[in-house]
Design a binder for this molecule. Structure first.
Ligand code: GEK
Length: 243
């Protein structure tokens, strides 16, 4: 279904939420709103093929419809693995259930289990790969370090975290330029100027981006051995961090 949630003029824009309405158009919304999204999903699969080990868990944190979990599942060659896909949004988990049951029929090295839970108080263990694909940006700033510490503690040595985020820049000019190009990208994908502006207002104080430097320094400070930027398109990026 096509995303036209912000297509008509609304003088009372409410806070963006992952509700029924957003869930119904989510696939279209994320592909038209996140540069390189499908590429990132594919690469998560290829990283899973390389780094997921036999008899371990993988976690897709803030899984929405389970795209990252399904990509990991498709490429995992390790045996006896378990993928936990977690999201607080009930509509997302309900819709993901249909997609995941089809994937679970098709791929056999790892089963996906969905959880309608908050990622900040989930119990993680014996993890070889964890994914935060555009999810950390929705946590309160004060919760982020503790979340990443929890991830670090749950990863086995040699395991990795994929962290994809919208980012901001300290340099005002660069920041404005990249936001402007990003808005042009959305308009190229069929969103009107009004849709772009209304969505931006709805996301204000809901999606809080940080700088690439903040992300890298925090991960290194927590103890990750190597933190590499592997994807960037203007104000969107993805990092892989190894324990
Ligand atoms: C993808 N990773 O397609 N606990 C659990 N889930 C949460 C929490 C939380 N505390 N906070 C937000 N979410 C997906 C895309 S979307 C990104 C992720 C976007 C969930 C929220 O309900 C939503 O489904 C997801 O994080 C963020 O690869 O829409 O830009």
């Amino acid at each position: 279904m096509k995303d036209n949630i912000f297509a008509s003029k609304n003088s009372n824009i409410t806070k963006f939420a992952f509700d029924e309405k957003v869930t119904s158009v989510f696939s279209d919304m994320i592909k038209r709103s996140v540069p390189g999204y499908e590429n990132v999903i594919l690469m998560i699969g290829l990283l899973a093929e390389r780094f997921v080990k036999d008899n371990t868990n993988c976690y897709d944190l803030g899984c929405s419809l389970g795209a990252s979990a399904i990509s990991m599942q498709k490429y995992i060659t390790a045996k006896n693995c378990h993928i936990h896909a977690i999201d607080t949004s009930e509509p997302m988990i309900n819709k993901a259930t249909e997609l995941v049951s089809i994937a679970n029929e098709e791929y056999h090295n790892a089963k996906i289990e969905l959880h309608c839970k908050d990622i900040t108080n989930f119990r993680y263990e014996n993890a070889s790969m964890m994914v935060l694909n555009f999810t950390l940006q929705f946590l309160e700033l004060e919760q982020r370090r503790a979340m990443l510490e929890k991830i670090y503690a749950s990863l086995n040595k040699g395991g990795c975290l994929v962290l994809s985020e919208k980012i901001t820049f300290n340099d005002k000019e660069t920041n404005e330029l990249f936001i402007d190009i990003y808005h042009k990208f959305k308009m190229h994908n069929g969103y009107s100027e009004m849709e772009v502006s209304q969505k931006r207002n709805a996301l204000e104080n809901v999606l809080i981006p940080e700088t690439l430097q903040t992300h890298k320094e925090r991960l290194l400070d927590i103890g990750f051995e190597k933190v590499e930027l592997w994807f960037q398109c203007f104000n969107f990026m993805s990092i892989v961090a190894f324990k």
